[in-house]
Design a protein around this ligand. Structure first.
Ligand SMILES: NC(=O)c1ccc[n+]([C@@H]2O[C@H](COP(=O)([O-])OP(=O)(O)OC[C@H]3O[C@@H](n4cnc5c(N)ncnc54)[C@H](O)[C@@H]3O)[C@@H](O)[C@H]2O)c1
Length: 450
């Protein structure tokens, strides 16, 4: 008879087979990590992704083509056919969890993955959810769908939740170095899932009391970031008016060795997590008659920041008697954060849409992303920063990609006639001092500088 405990032996011997469902920013790095020890099948519904991976081209910045080439074949096989998952011992779901148009959780990807699994689910298999979601999803949404197979969760097949905490672009903390949280539907499941991750990670695995606790811990991590970024953004708006440098203030405050953690302002939050996940808890909290005002207010403040960027730009143009409608605006950086190629929920989209809606012309450059989708259509990146600023009336720096150093920007700005600069990431620090004398400088959270 097949027992769930048999999986412990397969983990120890390295003979367990792992299936990863969804090969994006989370699933692909996880597949690389798991394939250090186990045979991994990676399944994705996108034929484009499977084609790219099969050809050895990684669509994810953090997974280098050289690593993919090393693993392809014997250790890692990408597949667009869900039947290839049938003989996997572990199935790890890493599909998107976006919001719908009313900012409500869209669990359709998780449901679709579970519906696929239930068709072939058999005794002794173990399903793990890694997608970020509200507390209760694993037990209240996933388990009932999987049990339609006629098998019982926790005894016939294993179920656990383990949030992914990967931080794309973070060179110091790759997946193997981030402590992993796990929570099963019962103690046996928690033990098995903990053993699985312990066998491939270099750091500790934390066992949560249950799935709900593990789900809640992940959502709290992202709410913490969202709320603190909102506070930094609000302080930036206040200090700009008071002619105080918010960046300097935060840096000084962070010299206190306890009780303070620095967060910095910016043009808004983006990516698949920070602007999305807080609303997952907010949605669920309302079902318990709690209105999570703090969380929702943070979302509002962060959503205002791209509007503030456009206001700074419009104000700058006005000071030199120019109108947005007749201006050409260069934008540096369209991704949601530095050194990644992900443009999802990027504040750049809102800034671009506002400029174009006002009749302005936009030229963009990003070394990581080729294009960005806006309501006015797809806008492609120029091939260089120099091309983007050619004939531009103003330059908006939205992202602090490593190559956008102060030196690089200074040289670039010198090529613009009477430049209007909006620096959203404080790269220039002292404004245009020592760069040019006839320009106008505006920075998020910055005092009036030349
Ligand atoms: N991106 C991050 O930094 C990050 C970090 C931690 C957690 N997360 C969470 O991880 C989850 C995945 O995020 P992501 O950024 O990797 O998304 P992603 O869009 O990069 O990747 C998801 C992949 O799943 C595929 N897919 C969708 N439905 C599928 C299905 N039914 N079967 C098979 N494949 C399917 C898509 O084609 C896509 O390639 C989300 O819940 C997200 O909140 C993301």
């Amino acid at each position: 008879m097949v027992a769930l405990e048999d999986l412990l032996g397969k983990i120890s011997s390295g003979s367990a087979k792992v299936g990863i469902i969804g090969l994006g920013y989370v699933g692909l790095p996880l597949a690389m990590t798991m394939s250090r020890r186990f045979k991994v099948v990676g399944y994705d519904k996108s034929s484009e992704i499977i084609k790219s991976l099969s050809e050895g081209k990684s669509p994810v910045t953090d997974v280098k083509d050289s690593l993919l080439a090393e693993r392809l074949g014997e250790f890692f096989s990408p597949s667009g056919n869900e039947q290839d998952l049938e003989d996997c011992d572990f199935l790890i779901i890493c599909v998107p969890t976006p919001l719908d148009t009313e900012k409500k959780p869209d669990l359709s990807y998780i449901k679709s993955a579970c519906n696929d699994i239930k068709e072939f689910l058999k005794k002794g298999q173990f399903i793990i959810l890694e997608s970020t979601t509200y507390p209760g999803t694993t037990e209240e949404v996933m388990v009932p769908l999987l049990e339609k197979s006629g098998l019982k969760a926790g005894t016939d097949f294993g179920v656990a939740y383990s949030p992914e905490r990967v931080d794309p672009g973070n060179k110091k903390y790759s997946i193997e170095k981030i402590p992993k949280v796990v929570g099963g539907v019962n103690e046996t499941c928690t033990e098995i899932v903990a053993k699985l991750y312990e066998s491939v990670l270099e750091v500790e695995v934390i066992k949560a009391r249950n799935c709900r606790t593990a789900e809640a811990s992940k959502i709290v991590e992202n709410i913490f970031r969202d709320v603190n970024i909102a506070l930094a953004n609000e302080l930036a708006l206040v200090f700009e008016k008071m002619d105080i440098d918010a960046w300097e203030v935060i840096k000084i405050a962070s010299t206190k060795p306890f009780g303070f953690m620095p967060f910095y302002p910016g043009p808004g939050v983006g990516g698949h997590c920070i602007p999305v996940d807080p609303y997952y808890l907010s949605y669920q909290a309302r079902k318990y008659d709690i209105i999570p005002r703090f969380i929702e207010l943070s979302g509002e403040i962060n959503d205002f920041m791209p509007v503030h960027v456009t206001n700074l730009l419009r104000n700058g143009l006005k000071q030199v008697n120019k109108e947005m409608a007749k201006a050409t605006i260069a934008i540096l950086g369209i991704t949601y954060k530095k050194d990644v190629n992900d443009t999802r929920e990027s504040p750049a989209r809102i800034v671009i849409e506002q400029i174009v809606s006002s009749g302005g012309n936009v030229k963009i450059f990003d070394p990581f992303a080729k294009e960005i989708e806006t309501k006015h259509g797809i806008i492609g990146s120029e091939s260089s920063a120099e091309d983007a600023v050619k004939d531009a009336d103003a330059l908006v720096i939205l992202v602090d990609h490593s190559i956008f150093s102060k030196e690089m920007l200074s040289n670039l700005i010198k090529t613009i006639k009477r430049p209007i600069i909006v620096d959203c990431k404080n790269i220039l620090k002292d404004g245009l001092e020592g760069i040019c004398e006839d320009g106008l400088y505006f920075g998020i959270g910055k005092p009036k500088l030349q």
